[in-house]
Design a protein around this ligand. Structure first.
Ligand code: SF4
Length: 335
């Protein structure tokens, strides 16, 4: 049984309503197996031609707008995320289907209760579980907690939602709470733990576990400090810009290059679609990479990369524009 709601009826109705005749369907890796059945359904019910993207779709920052344009598609269907860019389209309409999860959340939230610190809790989740928040809130309140749900952030457009690069809502309510409860995957829990300074607990409905993320936060912070120290002593930098519509920031890369040169260091601007270790390996002369795209590339599993890789904020510490304490105050995760 598929544990995500693919909203097939709504999809067919939208395609018919829009009169779309050629569709590009983008699915995150975990849902790619559903692509052939979705394509078959769309073709049968609407007569439209369907292409299923075989390339990764990491987030709604990663819309395949260029591919849709080359394929002459008149609709891009993007599964697994909700709207990210308000005005990022190149004229091709995008239909977002968040793929709401059918995983039970109450049992895992019950497991998380003994781990929560204090009585004032901030509660947030990803778009897949947003529909469960009212029930989770009710449960916590029945157990004597006061619950706050964060407002929207610059990229997370729903109340109570977090994204892998947007925890602004949590940071805003941090002074009023004792600890944070994130319902979702480890990826989203860790992002929250790296963005706030109070204890964070993860209730993971996918594997049914609840855990405190204090040790994970400490481990990553130690790793990041060591990497910044290496960058301080390095001289040759590769500053990476991504082609993905929601991550592409050439101006920031140019400004980072300028700041490095002001410190008599050398840099080169690099441009890539997928920022993967194999693609960086060939730049043998570069000592440190700087990632101006998705901040999680540098923060999660930096061991995958052949050289140290810093976020756009961390390089500010390495060049002396910010202190390490200022970086921690802003939170490590920011797009
Ligand atoms: S930038 Fe990274 S964390 Fe943010 S939405 Fe895209 S893939 Fe997710």
């Amino acid at each position: 049984m598929n544990m995500f709601d693919l909203e097939e009826e709504k999809l067919v109705a939208e395609i018919m309503g829009r009169g779309a005749r050629r569709i590009l369907v983008q699915l995150p890796d975990g849902l790619k197996a559903e692509g052939p059945a979705l394509a078959n359904l769309i073709r049968t019910k609407t007569g439209a031609e369907v292409f299923v993207s075989a390339t990764p779709a990491w987030g709604a920052c990663d819309l395949s707008l260029d591919a849709a344009s080359r394929l002459k598609a008149d609709l891009l269907v993007h599964y697994g995320h909700n709207e990210f860019l308000r005005n990022g389209s190149n004229g091709i309409p995008v239909l977002y289907v968040p793929a709401r999860s059918k995983h039970e959340v109450i049992p895992v939230v019950e497991k998380s209760i003994p781990l929560l610190q204090g009585k004032k809790i901030a509660l947030a989740t990803t778009v897949q579980h947003l529909h469960t928040l009212p029930d989770v809130q009710k449960l916590l309140e029945a157990k004597g907690f006061t619950v706050q749900v964060p407002g929207r952030g610059p990229w997370a457009h729903e109340t109570g939602q977090v994204l892998g690069c947007d925890y602004f809502g949590l940071r805003r309510i941090q002074p009023q709470v004792d600890s944070f409860l994130i319902v979702g995957s480890y990826f989203h829990g860790l992002g929250a733990a790296l963005s706030v300074e109070k204890p964070t607990v993860l209730a993971d409905p996918y594997d049914g576990t609840a855990r405190s993320l204090a040790a994970d936060r400490d481990r990553v912070i130690r790793q990041r400090y060591a990497m910044i120290e290496k960058a301080r002593k390095s001289n040759k930098f590769g500053i990476i810009v991504s082609t993905k519509p929601g991550q592409c920031n050439p101006q920031m890369a140019v400004s980072i290059l300028q700041q490095l040169e002001d410190k008599s260091k050398n840099g080169v601007l690099l441009y890539a679609d997928e920022i993967v270790p194999e693609k960086l390996m060939d730049f043998t002369d570069v000592e440190v990479f700087v990632d101006t795209a998705c901040p999680r590339l540098a923060l999660d599993d930096p061991e995958r990369f052949p050289k140290p890789i810093l976020t756009r904020d961390e390089i500010m510490v390495a060049v002396g524009a910010w202190t390490w304490e200022e970086l921690l105050e802003r939170g490590l995760v920011r797009l």
